[in-house]
Design a protein around this ligand. Structure first.
Ligand code: C2E
Ligand code: CA
Ligand code: CA
Length: 783
């Protein structure tokens, strides 16, 4: 605070950043102006006072001179003291108390004026003109010199002039002699001149102060503007940078530094934007030199380092004062999050969440593109429709988590088999599709290649999957459609492959089928069947036939197997082999079997009534595993048994081994529960599929039914005969009754007799028949 410049600078700072209102500045400026000139003025005046006193010695008594000098020195000391305090005051306080200091100053000036004025009374001789003139000269000098200081404050000047000169003027008026009156007039005139000149001078000073103030105001607002712009540039939440005509970065803001993951701005400033390999980005920057704005949206390789962000970038020309483009300003928005979110959306729209392979939408896109662009009739392409056999059972018995794992494993395995140009997609539950765009121009070759693909896929499941800690043998049904022209739509092609897959399913699963045109009709037929099953249940239009089961040795009828019959009025009889499979696939089996149970149990009741008791060992009813494994099967079944007042002992339930093998635990529990009531169980189609004696050991069943496939040919085929014999032996070992199905001739029956098979069933004895007929036969034979 020693030098003027620093004072002003710091004060500006205080005004700019501190809480001082701007109008305080005016008082402060005047104040500085006044106090700065104070020491010189005071020293001058002190010297003047001493000189005046010295000059008056002799003409005025020393006592008066002493008093005046004393008063003067008290006044000077007081003013020096104030000057001293002011100087040592902090800038901030000076500013805050500017008005107070100003008033203090004014008061001091008036006191000083009064002290000087008093000289006209205290050291003004009565008669010595020379000495009187000396006092006047001094007073006028003081008046003129103060004029410079007080000029800017008119009222103060007036007060000062009055207190300084009025005593003199009064004194002069009261002195005797014409001359004094004249001098008084001259003094008054001089007073007026002082006032007039000061007034003018004051205007000049005031306007210069105003100018100074104006300048400060401008500087102030300029700085505010600068600050605002700086905040905008530096603290903006977007990246901003300047570049010159050579696309070299001139300055960057904080955000852009952060976007580039840099620690220091200086590492980026001076970078050449040409370094980016992206031509579009360079173009967007160069546009400004045509006085246009540039835009770019897309990936942006950060200037240092390899990571890529997504940006929305705009450039505007930067002009110099002549309006010439000297470079550009770029504003960069980091839209990485937005883009990744969108990418994620696209991913979930085109990819299957569970397996992360393409979904139906993407597959159809690819298929449509292939058909629209590349189908010239020259090259064959293929679509493979893959469905996991009995997948429902995996879900039902292991739960959905395991089901999901299996689906993932299957996707992974198929994906490993196919090549780069092929597409695998999951288009629903356990359904996958593989698109093979290029096979061969020769149809036979294409067929051969497609079959190769399908076999490879199937082959990759030869080894069991590890599922929930157990080995799980999984098989696939695959439908293939070949196409080489745009004759069919993508939808049709997919449908055809699906039809072929269903064909594979109905031909016993675990197979591959090519699509043939006849299949279209067949698939339609299947759909009609499913619809009709439902209708037929409602109409109560199914029939139950009973096929007698006989004792091999005695030929006595021991029971019967209930078999469903469907005679469609429009097309004639439909084989249960066909519609039971469809009912299982569509879930209709539950309703259908509930209908069957209801009917069979009611007919059993009638039979027992008509015969005065139940003379047979049992009536066997087929139960599909899907139904059996449903929760609450036991309760529901027992409710029906109660409803029809049938003895549970009369009922035998037939389960297929393959159906229940994946849910052994659940199946065993249910079998055991039902056995508690007296219901018996048989294993149907024994010897086919998964047949394993290990299961047999665990299953608490009563009867094994040897599949007719072995029985039908056992009179000709030694191998089949041996299988039948072994099954009989094993059955005996496990303490189970063995029943042979499909006995069509006497030789077979004789063979079974030798093998000590317990029961049989077959066309040789009886074909399945309605209850009315069966009841009659039972009555006559048991008589
Ligand atoms: P399945 O349980 O093995 O039934 C025996 C099948 O063999 C019956 O065919 C029967 O008519 C036939 N059959 C009986 N003796 C002979 C013979 O000496 N020679 C020949 N070639 N065949 C004989 P069907 O009635 O056509 O039933 C076929 C399959 O449909 C059944 O095989 C069974 O799996 C299913 N099915 C039939 N009725 C029902 C039912 O009520 N419920 C359930 N869940 N499935 C049923
Ligand atoms: Ca059966
Ligand atoms: Ca059977």
């Amino acid at each position: 605070m020693k030098s003027k410049n620093r004072t002003v600078d710091e004060t500006d700072n205080l005004i700019d950043t501190g809480p001082i209102p701007f109008n305080e500045r005016l008082s402060y400026d005047k104040l500085t102006f006044f106090y700065l000139s104070l020491p010189i003025t005071l020293f001058g005046q002190m010297f003047g006072a001493l000189l005046l006193s010295a000059l008056q010695i002799g003409s005025v008594d020393l006592y008066s001179i002493g008093i005046w000098l004393l008063v003067s020195f008290v006044m000077f000391s007081y003013r020096f003291y104030h000057y001293y305090v002011f100087r040592n005051e902090s800038e901030y306080n000076k500013l805050e108390d500017a008005r107070l200091w100003l008033h203090r100053y004014y008061t001091n000036v008036l006191i000083s004026g009064m002290v000087w004025g008093s000289s006209a009374i205290l050291i003004f001789p009565e008669d010595n003109l020379i000495h009187q003139m000396t006092v006047m000269l001094f007073l006028l000098t003081i008046g003129f010199t103060s004029m410079g200081v007080l000029a800017s404050k008119r009222d103060l000047l007036l007060a000062f002039v009055l207190v300084t000169f009025l005593p003199l003027v009064l004194r002069l008026f009261f002195l005797e002699g014409e001359i004094y009156l004249n001098i008084a007039y001259i003094v008054v005139a001089l007073m007026l001149i002082v006032l007039l000149i000061s007034n003018y001078y004051g205007k000049v000073i005031n306007s210069s102060l105003d100018n100074h103030l104006h300048f400060i105001t401008i500087r102030h607002s300029h700085e505010k503007l600068k600050e605002r712009f700086f905040s905008l540039f530096e603290r903006a939440p977007v990246g901003i940078y300047y570049y010159n005509a050579g696309l070299v970065l001139q300055d960057i803001n904080e955000q852009f530094k952060i976007m580039n993951k840099m620690g220091y701005k200086k590492d980026l400033i001076g970078q050449d934007l040409h370094a980016t390999k992206n031509r579009e980005i360079v173009d967007a920057h160069e546009k400004v030199f045509w006085n246009q704005t540039g835009n770019y949206r897309g990936p942006f390789e950060t200037l240092y380092g390899e990571n890529i962000i997504y940006v929305d970038l705009s450039t505007v020309p930067m002009l110099d004062s002549d309006g010439k483009v000297t470079g550009g300003i770029a504003i960069v928005n980091d839209i990485t999050d937005e883009v990744t979110a969108k990418e994620e959306m696209v991913r979930s729209a085109y990819y299957d969440m569970l397996t992360e392979i393409p979904n139906r939408t993407l597959l159809m896109d690819k298929l449509e593109n292939l058909i629209a662009r590349d189908m010239t009739g020259l090259q064959y392409a293929a679509l493979l429709f893959i469905d996991i056999d009995n997948f429902k059972k995996v879900n039902d018995s292991f739960g959905h988590n395991v089901g999901d794992t299996v689906i993932r494993q299957v996707a992974y395995k198929i994906d490993n088999v196919i090549g780069k140009s092929e597409t695998i997609a999951r288009i629903g539950g356990d359904k996958f599709v593989v698109l093979i765009p290029l096979l061969s121009s020769d149809e036979d070759q294409a067929r051969h290649n497609a079959l190769d693909y399908a076999s490879k896929i199937k082959g990759s499941f030869a080894r069991p999957l590890k599922t929930a800690g157990e080995d799980y043998h999984l098989t696939l049904s695959i439908g293939i459609v070949l196409f080489n022209s745009a004759e069919a739509s993508a939808y049709d092609i997919l449908k055809r492959s699906e039809t072929a897959m269903y064909e594979a399913k109905t031909s016993g699963r675990n197979t591959i089928r090519f699509y043939k045109h006849e299949m279209g009709a067949h698939a339609q037929e299947q759909l009609t069947i499913a619809n009709n099953i439902h209708k037929t249940i409602e109409e109560n239009a199914f029939d139950i036939y009973y096929q007698p089961q006989l004792d091999v040795q005695s030929g006595r009828i021991i029971g019967a197997e209930a078999l469903i019959r469907w005679f469609r009025p429009d097309t004639g009889p439909v084989s249960p082999e066909i519609f039971i499979a469809i009912a299982e696939e569509s879930g209709l089996i539950i309703k259908l079997e509930e209908w069957i149970f209801d009917r069979v149990l009611s007919e059993m009741k009638s039979l027992s009534v008509s015969m005065n008791g139940f003379v047979l060992e049992h009536i066997a009813i087929n139960v599909s595993a899907t139904h059996f494994l449903k929760p609450r099967f036991v309760e529901k079944f027992m409710l029906l048994v109660k409803k029809h007042q049938v003895q549970p002992e009369w009922i035998e339930l037939e389960l297929t081994e393959s159906g229940i093998m994946h849910s052994m635990h659940d199946a065993i529990t249910k079998i055991e529960e039902l056995k508690q009531f007296g219901i018996t169980f048989s294993i149907d189609d024994f010897g086919t599929g998964y047949s394993s004696f290990a299961y047999l050991k665990r299953l608490p069943v009563n009867v094994i039914k040897i599949d007719q496939a072995f029985v039908l040919n056992m009179d000709q085929d030694q191998g089949d005969a041996m299988i039948v014999e072994s099954i009989v032996t094993i059955g005996q070992k496990f303490n189970l009754k063995v029943l042979a199905e499909g006995v069509e001739n006497l030789q077979t029956l004789e063979h079974l007799k030798q093998a000590k098979c317990d029961y049989y069933q077959g066309f040789y004895a009886y074909k399945p028949m309605p209850m009315s007929e069966f009841g009659q036969i039972v009555t006559t034979t048991s008589l």
